[in-house]
Design a protein around this ligand. Structure first.
Ligand SMILES: Cc1cc2nc3c(=O)[nH]c(=O)nc-3n(C[C@H](O)[C@H](O)[C@H](O)COP(=O)(O)O)c2cc1C
Length: 208
């Protein structure tokens, strides 16, 4: 039995394109895998810890020390966040483009959970190791934008959304990644693009 964890980064509720496509995915997943556990983690629900003190704790750990006091508490909060993130073997992310990149709550999750010994190892000679690799985890990502679209020129903005997020996933060791995209731009046929995204979401969810 698997657990699907849907991590969502849009705060726009019923107006959200990425949440809507993710719901199509989750419904198809539920039908195909009726015994699996499904959890939704809305990154806007206030559950992400502040990482100001955590950043100090991180450097303490990186230098081989043990965080104590306020640093210890921040480190424990980060650990609880990591454990929730690591509790599933099937991960669905819904990710709007914000200012050519990802919403800051998703970056906050990345900054909180990406810790030495949890997500990565490091050796001064050989560099990084990727601690989530080889654990049979699968990832699906819903990417949406409203102006940028593949094939448009730089006057319609850049794309640091999927390149950045894919780089992070791969750095953690999560390399089995499927993408579902909705990039209709301003002049596109939104209904047709939605139908394409929904079909792809259902197809991936059934085999996920
Ligand atoms: C704060 C903010 C920044 C955005 N920046 C961009 C952008 O740089 N490029 C773009 O194509 N769309 C941008 N958009 C539009 C969203 O990517 C688009 O509406 C997307 O569908 C939002 O996802 P959602 O519907 O799931 O909330 C932005 C939207 C918001 C709210």
């Amino acid at each position: 039995m698997s657990k699907l964890l849907h991590i969502s980064a849009s705060p726009r509720g019923s107006d959200s394109e990425s949440l809507r496509i993710a719901e199509v995915f989750v419904d198809a997943y539920r039908q195909a895998h009726p015994d699996d556990e499904i959890e939704h983690w809305d990154l806007w629900d206030g559950s992400l810890p502040n990482f100001a003190v955590g950043a100090k704790a991180k450097m303490t750990v990186f230098a081989g020390g043990e965080p104590r006091g306020a640093e210890g508490e921040a480190w424990a909060a980060a650990r609880r966040t990591f454990e929730r993130f690591d509790s599933a073997d099937r991960l669905l992310f819904s990710v709007p483009m914000w200012n050519a990149s990802i919403p800051y709550v998703l970056k906050q999750l990345i900054d909180v959970v990406s810790q030495p010994g949890w997500i990565f190892g490091f050796d001064a000679v050989t560099g990084y190791t990727h601690l989530l690799a080889g654990r049979g985890k699968k990832v699906a990502v819903v990417y949406t934008s409203a102006v940028w679209a593949p094939g448009l020129g730089p006057e319609f903005g850049g794309n640091f959304q999927s390149p950045y997020f894919t780089d992070w996933l791969q750095w953690t060791g999560l390399t089995d990644i499927a993408e579902i995209r909705f990039h209709p731009t301003v002049t596109g046929d939104r209904a047709a693009e939605r139908a394409l995204a929904d079909t792809r979401a259902r197809d991936i969810a059934k085999e996920f």
